[in-house]
Every structure is written in C-alpha cells, then in structure tokens.
Design a protein around this ligand. Structure first.
Ligand code: F6P
Length: 541
C-alpha cells in the first residue's frame, strides 16, 4: 500500500469521530456515502469515515494495483502464482456464445457443452424420465461435497427456495461426521436416488468417504455395478479418479483448474441450484454475477461497490484494528450466506505472506461471522451494541419478499434499520437517565441505572438493500463479495487463490487416524496422546 497515503490514514485513524455529529453537521452525508449497482443499493454513511478519510481511501485504491490485477485476472494470467493457475471463474458467467480464449484455446464450446449436459439431465429429472435401476423415476438427489463444492450450492438452494420448481428433493452431505450420511439416506430409496460426487480434486477425504458410504448403501440394497453406474454422477477435474470410483465417463461433468473451489458455484458445482430452479433461472444467477463483473470493471472507484466494501474493510482491519466482521442478512433464506462468505473471504485472504512469500506487516482477512436477523438481536447483538469491541457489520435486506406476511416484513425491515441506527447513534448517559426518570423512578435510581443503559454508538455498519432475493440479485451479491475479496487481496499484495494453510491439519490427521483405527502405533505430543487415550477409554467403557 502506498506509504504516504497509508501514513495519512493511520494518522486520521487516531482522531475520534462522532457519527452523530457527522450526520448532524452534514445533511448530505447519507447521499454522499451511497452507491447503487446492478440494482443493489449500498448505504455506507454509517461508517467511521469523514470526507478526508474517504478521499484518502480512494487514493489508496487509485495508487494500488487493483486495475492492473483485475485486467490480468480477466485475460487469464496465472495470478494464482503458487499453483500456476489462472483465476477465471468469470468466464463461466460470461455472455453465451462469445469466444473465451485461455492460452490461445477457446473454452467456450467446452463450457457450453457442460451447460447443455446439465440442462439435459435436469429436463430428464424434472420430467421423471431419468429412471433408476428398478425402472422408477428419480425422486431424490444426494449431493456429496465439502467446502467450495458444497457451500455455494447449499447456500443458493436455501436462498432461492421460493423459486423451487423441481420434483426432485435435494440433500447435501459434506461433513465426515457419519451422522450426516446416515441421516441423509434415512427414508430414501436407492432405486429412486441419484448421487452426485462433487469434488474438483476427487481426492478430498470427507467426500471420498461419504461417497463410499453411499455406494455401500446402494450395494447393501441390492444394486450391482451397472446400477451404481446408472445412479452415480460426478463433477470433477480428476476424471481418472472419478472413473476409478466407478463413475462412467458420460456422467462426469468437467471442472477446470482455473476455477477455485470457492469460486465454483458458476460451474457444474451449481448443478443443484440449476436443478432446483430450472436452467432459465440458473442463467439469471449467472446474469446477475455478470452484471456485477461489468460494474466492477467499468465503474469509477467512488461508485464501485466491491472497491468501496474492500476499502472500508481495509480501513477497519488495518487502521482501526478491528479483527472481526459481521454479516447479518435480514432474510431467513440468506441465513447460509455468512458461512459461504466465511470460506470465500477467510480461505482466500487468511494469509501472512505476500505473493512473493515475504512476511506481511499488516493483518489481512477479518473473522467473518453472522446469522440471519433478527435472531442475532436476541443473542450476540448485545456485544455489538455495548462492548468495547467495534465489529463492522454488513446488514443485508431484500425489499420485496415471496411470502404474503407483509406486516412481518415491515417489522423485519424496521429491526434491520433500527439496529444500524442504534449502533451508529448509541445512547448517552443523559438520554439513559432521562429514560429511567420518565418511568417515575427517583433521581438516585436513574443515576445508578443509567450507566448500564448507555450504548457508546459509533459502531460502523453498511446496509445493502436488494430489490428482492431473486436469482439475478443473488448472483450479483455473491459476485460483489468475490470482487471485494479480490480487491483486498490486491491491496495486501497476497495470493487470494491458494489455501496451503488447510493442508497441515489434513496431513496430521492421517497418522492419528491410523492409531485410532488400530493400524499403527505412533508417538505424538503429550496432549494429543492423552486425548487419544481418554477418547479410547470413553469408547471402550
Ligand atoms: O480443503 C480446502 C479445499 O481445498 C477447498 O478449497 C475446497 O473448496 C474444498 O477443499 C473441497 O475440495 P474438492 O472440491 O477438491 O473436494
């Protein structure tokens, strides 16, 4: 980051700001700090920024590599430098029919072919024409995958439930906790169940183990090799491993090494979404994301939603020392969005070295957490309002809804706006005291109680308003967060597209598993050994 601008930001960060005063002094503040793109409206006026801070942040963006790196991403340069891969998920949502040249090869026909395989399977499933090994129509789909091969489709299927037009029920199995697969197959009939093994690598332990368990369930129910071949599909870039598992070539939908797991919703990993919505609405999801891509590449920084969110994030993490960020969708259907963005943001930018492997001097990704409002108001919002921590929060609210309980929606929206207002303005001692006095309490009691009722305010938030939670706006919203994460990665000069940190735990689990399953004896640190011993003792008692 430019050192002069950065020094000025650090210096400005030490001056206290009163958001109450900022709003009182500047009637244009709300109009100034807002932007709209692809139908999504962002109010960022309730942030701890002044005109001067905002200008410095914009300068930071202008002097950064955002534009150059964005262009490199778009033209398919291998910006994932530790894996020598392009970062090209945007190609999957590009306008149909236009050439998509990567390393001189037009990938458009391959992408279109994958899409048409998806479409044809979906039509057969919707029309009850895809028959199982006993000649019955398929009624259920089990989607086995984890991380990026699960979170996106699961979140989007939940989010777009009102658009469901599939007679086939969809079940997700991710965790290696045996309870998941056991519960999923309960009540299902293998003869009417289709299985999708979703794994870019086809080497992920959880997915392999769950796929084996489901295959065993088929075998236990009398399915032979041919029956299994008929019921199992995969989406993977490791065709060989999928084939070795017993999945026939015509049932393997491609994945490409230029699509990262957490950016793969737009590929055949989005199959459950397409199955649920139908292909036309799935195209709308892609169209929304494409519109956000176009906005990101064309809009000036001061109106560029991903850039704005990225700059505010950097301001809080690096200048104000905030380590967490809450994602608070005021929408039941968006309740899985925080989990999805957790992987997107924390797996991408949770790094401590720069692109060249040099130690970073700045913190990177925030700890993302959150859940649907208003539930959190009766749980953790107390901390947001009154603790000394500042947790910048993104409130997300769709304006139109699919249900008919209008009064519910007005109340939900009122709470959403009230939370951002309460966080921003807080409650002073005098206000709290006056409130207690108004109940008829004596002065002494009011003075004693008032400090407990004080809220410091000045707690920052963004509010994102969506016209409605449709496939189009969901696509745009996801792409907004993708590009925000990209911009922050550029500002920190890190590779947002690898995830080496997850490997160590995977490696260490193998020898522990070998000991637990009685295959080997091994020595570990004293804590791990003692835990294994107690675990075994509990299991055998
Ligand atoms: O372990 C992390 C990770 O590699 C994620 O990045 C990825 O989304 C997930 O595992 C699943 O990987 P795969 O699709 O190869 O099974």
């Amino acid at each position: 980051m430019s050192s002069t601008v950065w020094a000025s930001l650090k210096q400005q960060a030490s001056t206290a700001i009163s958001l109450r005063q900022e709003f009182a002094q500047d009637p244009k503040r709300a109009a100034k700090f807002q932007a709209t793109a692809c139908g999504i409206h962002l109010d960022f006026s309730k942030n701890l920024i002044t005109d001067s801070i905002w200008q410095s942040l914009l300068k930071l963006a202008t002097q950064s590599d955002i534009q150059r790196k964005a262009q490199q991403m778009q033209q398919g340069d291998k910006i994932n430098n530790t894996e020598q891969r392009a970062v090209w998920h945007m190609a999957l949502r590009a306008e149909a029919g236009q050439p998509l040249l990567l390393d001189g090869v037009d990938l458009e026909p391959e992408i279109a072919q994958c899409r048409s395989q998806m479409a044809s399977l979906i039509t057969q499933l919707h029309q009850g024409e895809y028959l199982g090994y006993q000649g019955q129509a398929i009624t259920d789909l089990i989607w086995i995958g984890i991380g990026g091969s699960l979170l996106g489709p699961q979140m989007a299927c939940e989010a777009l439930l009102p658009y469901n037009q599939s007679p086939v029920r969809i079940h997700f199995a991710g965790n290696i906790d045996g309870a998941v697969v056991s519960d999923v197959v309960k009540g299902l009939n293998p003869a009417t169940t289709l299985v999708f093994v979703a794994s870019k690598s086809f080497g992920t332990e959880e997915t392999k183990q769950n796929a084996l368990a489901v295959r065993q369930w088929f075998t236990d129910n009398g399915a032979d090799k041919a029956a299994i071949a008929q019921h199992f599909w995969a989406t993977s870039s490791n065709i060989k491993a999928a084939a070795e598992f017993g999945i026939v070539a015509e049932h393997i939908l491609p994945m490409w090494d230029w699509v990262g797991g957490r950016y793969s919703l737009w590929s055949a990993i989005g199959f459950p979404v397409a199955l649920q919505l139908g292909m036309a609405q799935f195209e709308q999801l892609l169209a929304g994301a494409r519109a956000m891509d176009q906005h990101f590449y064309a809009a000036p920084f001061e109106q560029n939603l991903p850039v704005i969110l990225a700059l505010l994030g950097v301001w809080y993490i690096n200048a104000k020392g905030c380590q967490a960020q809450a994602l608070l969708p005021y929408s039941h259907y968006l309740r899985l969005l925080p989990s999805y963005v957790q992987q997107l943001d924390m797996e991408s930018n949770g790094k401590s070295v720069d692109v060249d492997g040099q130690p970073l001097r700045l913190d990177t990704a925030p700890v993302i957490w959150g859940d649907a409002g208003t539930n959190g108001q009766h749980a953790y919002h107390q901390l947001l309002h009154q603790s000394a921590l500042a947790v910048p929060s993104d409130f997300i609210l769709p304006a139109k809804v699919s249900h008919e309980l209008t009064d519910h929606h007005h109340r939900l929206a009122a709470h959403c706006f009230a939370q951002t207002q309460a966080l921003m303005q807080g409650k002073t001692f005098d206000e709290a005291k006056a409130e207690v006095l108004a109940t008829g309490a004596p002065e002494a009691e009011a003075i004693a109680l008032a400090p407990h009722k004080v809220s410091p305010g000045n707690k920052p938030s963004n509010t994102l308003l969506l016209p409605e939670l449709s496939p189009y706006y969901l696509g745009a919203l996801i792409a907004l967060y993708e590009h925000k994460v990209f911009c922050q990665g550029v500002l920190w000069n890190i590779n947002s597209f690898d995830q080496w940190g997850v490997e160590l735990g995977k490696q260490l689990s193998t020898p522990i598993y070998q000991v637990l399953s009685g295959q080997k004896e091994s020595r570990f640190d004293a804590s791990t050994e003692a835990l294994i011993a107690t675990f075994n003792q509990f299991r055998n008692s």
